[in-house]
Design a protein around this ligand. Sequence first.
Ligand code: GLN
Ligand code: ZN
Length: 760
Amino acid sequence: MTETRFTATVLGYPRIGPRRELKRAIEGYWKGTVDRARLETTAAQLRRDQWAALVAAGLDSVPTNTFSYYDQILDTAVLLGALPPRVAAIDDPLDRYFAAARGTADVTPLEMTKWFDTNYHYLVPEIGADTVFSLHPEQVLADLDEALAQGVPARPVIVGPLTFLALAKPDGAGNGAEDPLTRLDELIPLYRDLLARLAEHGAQWVQIDEPVLVTEAGQGLADEAHRVYGDLASAAKRPAIAVATYFGDPGPGLSALARTGVEAIAVDLVTDPRAASTVAAVPELRDKLLLAGVVDGRNIWRTDLDRALATLGTALGSAGTVAVSTSCSLLHVPYTVAAEDESGDVWSWLAFAAEKVDEVVTLSRALTRGRDTVAVEFDSAAAIVASRAADPRRRDPSLRARLDALTTRGTGRAPAAERAVLQAERLGLPLLPTTTIGSYPQTSAIRVARADLRAGRIDEAEYTRRMRAEIEAVVRLQEELGLDVLVHGEPERNDMVQYFADQLEGFLSTQNGWVQSYGTRCVRPPILFGEVTRPTPMTTSWITYAQSLTPRPVKGMLTGPVTLLAWSFVRDDQPLAESAAQVALAIRDETVDLQSAGVAIVQVDEPALRELLPLRAADRPAYLDWATGSFRLATSGVADSTQIHTHLCYSEFGDVIGAISDLDADVTSIEAARSKMEVLDDLNAAGFANQVGPGVYDIHSPRVPAQAEIEESLRAALVAVPAGRLWVNPDCGLKTRGTAEVTESLRNLVAAAAAVRADL
Ligand code: GLN
Ligand code: ZN
């Protein structure tokens, strides 16, 4: 096959629309205010505009089929005939698709989980005995036809069979459920068929994504990769194939792919420095086109073009030909810095999707025609890199000195058992104390107040007055329900990360920097650009106000360092551990201020602790070491009589179970209702001996749990944990729920705790 090799591309692009047009159209369609035709026109227009922009920017191969009405893995399930049987009765394909994504009154949706270590979430396909794979290429082909009709050098992007099956879960757990990967051979003929159809429709290239190859599990899939791609490459009628690996070092997978007949392989040369050595060690790459991912697809910093060019030079020594590319799809960054009404300084350091495309093109010109031909672009990039490196906000000597002193002195508190005695004396709580995780329902009054403040219709004083009214209502409700440890309800926080980032030095917020989290949900991650300091207390006035209303203890409520970093764009000029320590110090100062204000309990949430876990096992101990260290740094500034709580948002731990002990929080509340308290056995096995609040009901559903049901959970918990260590709380925060159901659920929770307590 003589394919036309290209020189500049990206692995994928955002799709929600520069002004979130797709989000609005889809949500309108769900509500019935946008009809099908308008939804489809909006989608087609977005695709057209985006392709045109990528061609105009100078890419000579454009990723297509990257559009999705919800999620690319769900699209792949449709492509392969692998939707769950429970949606089969829904006739209309789009409605069936949305039912699988979001559920209906009668149908539970697919489970959603994180896409590798990003903040994007995909829908988990269910593969079981009922799954009969069959090819449904209509959407992929229609997308290709559209692009080719527009004259776009289209390269349709398809999720590969290994990744698709590795991300799927077995359906029918418990009764002989099989690992979906055992079905690999059934998919190969479908992919061969798809390749033939793509070729018939005029595709010169196809990109098949296999990010699973960089993960721990992927290390064992090299032989399978060799077999699958050897087979696909042997197909008589097909486009040239580019297999894309990203999010890390492909390891043995790279050589396995290079020893097949595929024409190109994409490697992420940003995330893991080991990837460059892997590339250098595969002689078979000499016949291939290497898509060298030198522009970071996941972070938002302008590329050091000279450094990237040097990397490309090295890559040229290993591969036959090199095309410049992004490290992964640009799905994970916002559309364009140009959409921000800001300029100067930090803003000039940033590159979002559109700016990254320009960087790719500049690099490819330097590579093919010489650096001189793009000297202006290189010089301006170098000036930006230099200005960033020299910026005083990136190095605060007094902050560093403070951190060094703290680390050398050690951050330990007295042993947990000793602290527990002091705290019990101070707090005087009953056995099985009841509490909640922090947030209460976000009422429309809260949303109106926030909008009024933003629009200038009310001033800060009026806003504070309205928030205090919300806090008072929540405190009164908790007193009336009889909860033991109260919270203020978090009405002033739109988001548990943004709220703190807005108040810390070193973080920047965007106006339009939206990134898709899942479906139509978008987030605007803050940008950590410099040293982190805390100019003033961030939460004390709200918490002390709440405490002034009641004699019962009110918990101070903070977000932990790992979570603050996990949900932000972070500095790339220093290890994450260093940034975490700085954030931890700011949180530590806040805990001390809360304590001085008379607060006896401070909760530091770390729902993202497991999210940042490295994809490769070898990297995990070092991560867990700094992650738990930063939590202890954040929480060890207070007296032993001040009680530290943490909240973790998941129940299946695997590799982080030991880390939960290392956090050394006095009380850990953790999701458990859906795992039926198995989490407690896991904690025991890991030697965890502090107090624990396994969630006794699932807040993700509007269902009100009966008192008997909660009692049963509590009795199950008491089998694993002695009464003196057990707390009673829901699974997670209550902000997405309605006040009526929350009131009823908590009433049952308090009654259940009282009933079980009476039996002790
Ligand atoms: N304190 C937060 C809340 O209750 C915790 C949120 C979370 O676990 N993600 O909303
Ligand atoms: Zn939670």
